[in-house]
Structures are given as C-alpha cells and as structure tokens.
Design a protein around this ligand. Structure first.
Ligand code: NA7
Length: 316
C-alpha cells in the first residue's frame, strides 16, 4: 500500500474544500483527447481520463506501453501527428526538454498537424525557453497552447490527485476542465506562458533540497548508531511528520527504491531550477549542493531508481 511523497490524500488534508473526493460527478468534455507519452505519469493520467468517460487516443515511443490502455478503452495513433490530426486537444507528458523537442518539432511531430482548431497542452516538466519555443510554434500555426506541468508522482497520477500548475491560453485551460478534474485534485491557472513552469521548478527544487537533507540526516543517524526505525518513529511524532518524510523514510529503511519519481528526473528538475536561478542571478547554495548529491547518485547507477535513492550518495 504505497503512500507517496505528493500524496496528500491523508486525514489531515481531507477537509480541504478543493479536493475532489469523487470523480463520479465529472461530465467529460465531448472534445476528442490525445495523449502522448505513457511513462509513469502519463499512463496513470490516461487511465483516469478513460475512467471518467473521455474519448482518448494515445501514442508512446515504445508502442508496447499502449497495450494496457487500449484494453482500458483508448485508441492508438501510429504517429504523433496522427494523434494531433485526430484530436481536438492533445496532451504531452514526456521525460525532459529534449524529448519535448523531439515530440513537437520532430518528423511526424505535433507541429505537422497543428492548425486553427487544434490545441496542445504540455505537461512535461521542462525549462521556460523550451516552453516558449513550443508555444510560439503552435500559435504561429493558429493552434492554442497551454503549459500544465503537474506536481505529484506515481500514486497521485494513478489516483487522479495531481496538482496542475498551468500558464498560457486561458480558453484552453477552461476547455481542459473535465480532463484536469479527472487527472488532478486542483488546477491552478497562473497567467502567462512560463508561470506554470517556474512554479513547478520552484516546487521540485524545494522537494529535492528537502530529500537530499533528509537522506543526509538518515546517514548521520545510522553512522551515529541510531536505529533508523526509531528515528522514523520520532520524526513521525514531531514537526517532520509529513507525507514526504513518512514514505521516503520507509523507502530508505527498507532499501525499496522502485521508482515513484525517477531520480534522473529529480536531478533534471534541480538542473533546470538552478539554470533559472543563474538567469535571474538568484543565489541557490542549498539546491546546488543537493544537485551534486543527485548527480553522484546517478553516477552510482540510481538514475532509474526512486529519487529517495539519493540516500545511496550519502551512505559512503
Ligand atoms: P518516465 O516514466 O521516465 O517516462 C518518460 C516518458 O517520456 C516515456 O513515455 C518515454 O517514452 C518518453 N520519452 C523519453 N524520451 C523521448 C523522446 N525522445 N521522444 C518521445 N518520447 C520520449 O517519466 P515520468 O512519466 O515519471 O515523467 C514524465 C514527465 O513528468 C517528466 O517531465 C517528469 O519530470 C514529470 P518510452 O516509453 O521510453 O519510449
């Protein structure tokens, strides 16, 4: 029964009025929905779109990953531009800026089928410059564009409990309402293109710094001869009692690092947040140190493990 870093679906949060407690009341849009990228995040998000009655066509670079979703009711496009051509709104959720550029600008990519009436929503976590390039290209062909990165990992994606932080075309944000209700517990519209991406990068930078500090603390505790289960029990009774400390502590304690949020993506987010800091001349010494820990964890072979395996970079 996996609890998760961003899974705030716990008793202390249940009174929040924004939380969608039942997805049964969602009236799905009659627009045709496309979804590109069926990794950990995309597959959970698509499942919730289908469950709430949306008509969804999917595509993934590795076609095998489409199989379960086809069984759940999705149709499949042979290429990215085939999906965009067949759908009114197409969502993308892939690994990183290079993947987004391949998806949008590549041969048979999103741009090939964008024209007035088509809309593209970018849900990957990337940098502002890439988001702006994608937005300009889509809009110059008469399409509508929205950035909508998500806060949350595997479990909230599966449970439809993501937090969506959007920027760009307001009419498209409104048209995505039933989709966002299906995938998330709350969708924020933050304004111009780039605002959603900046919000997401700040959130994940803080998360990464917290995770790195936590891993370091657990290593110190172990070196000091403390029992780690007791350390966790003590944390759970004090101000450190939060979903992150509980779930990632259990992962460290039991060396269970199957990915909820792959460490390589967390390091990518640190790198992108630090680049934003460089651009804005904002000093980020804690995040910079945490980034070095994530890089070290990758060099030790933990890139595809959960982000909590940054612990392995501290245990030496
Ligand atoms: P995963 O589970 O690592 O999945 C990554 C997805 O991105 C997966 O569908 C990949 O396809 C796809 N991908 C990677 N590179 C490319 C290229 N070059 N072209 C097309 N598709 C590509 O990541 P998550 O689902 O956890 O995260 C997705 C995003 O949300 C990421 O930005 C996070 O930071 C937040 P594959 O299956 O490997 O063929």
């Amino acid at each position: 029964n996996e609890s998760d870093l961003y899974n705030f679906d716990e008793s202390e949060h249940e009174t929040e009025s924004d939380i969608v407690t039942s997805k049964d009341d969602i009236t799905p849009t009659c627009l045709k929905i496309g979804f590109l990228g069926l990794g950990i995040m995309g597959s959970g998000m698509v499942r919730n779109l289908i469950k709430t009655g949306h008509s969804v066509m999917v595509w993934n670079r590795t076609p095998m990953k489409c199989r379960d979703l086809v069984q759940a009711g999705a149709s499949v496009g042979g290429t990215v531009n085939e999906v965009v051509a067949a759908c009114d709104i197409t969502f993308g959720c892939v690994a990183d800026p290079n993947a987004v550029r391949d998806l949008v600008f590549g041969t048979s990519g999103v741009l090939q089928s964008i024209r007035p009436g088509k809309a593209y929503v970018e849900m990957s976590t990337i940098d502002v410059e890439t988001v702006q390039d994608v937005a300009e290209s889509i809009e110059s062909r008469g399409g509508r564009f929205l950035e909508a990165p998500v806060i949350g990992t595997r479990k909230p994606a599966e449970d439809g409990m993501l937090v969506i932080v959007a920027g760009g075309d307001r009419s498209l944000f409104d048209d995505c309402e039933s989709c966002f209700l299906a995938m998330g517990k709350k969708a924020f519209y933050l304004g111009e293109i780039g605002s959603g991406t900046r919000m997401k990068l700040v959130a994940n930078m803080v998360l990464g710094s917290v995770m790195a500090g936590y891993a370091e603390g657990m290593s110190l505790a172990e070196r000091a001869g403390l029992d780690l289960q007791t350390v966790l029990d003590v944390f759970k009774e004090g101000p450190l009692n939060c979903a992150a400390v509980r779930s990632k502590g259990d992962a460290i304690l039991h060396s269970r690092f199957e990915p909820s949020f792959p460490l390589k993506h967390q390091q990518k987010d640190m790198r992108l947040a630090l680049a934003l800091g460089d651009e804005l001349k904002q000093s980020l010494p804690v995040a910079a140190a945490a980034n070095e820990m994530f890089k070290r964890a990758i060099s030790l072979g933990n890139g595809d493990n959960d982000m909590s395996s940054v612990y392995r970079a501290t245990a030496l």
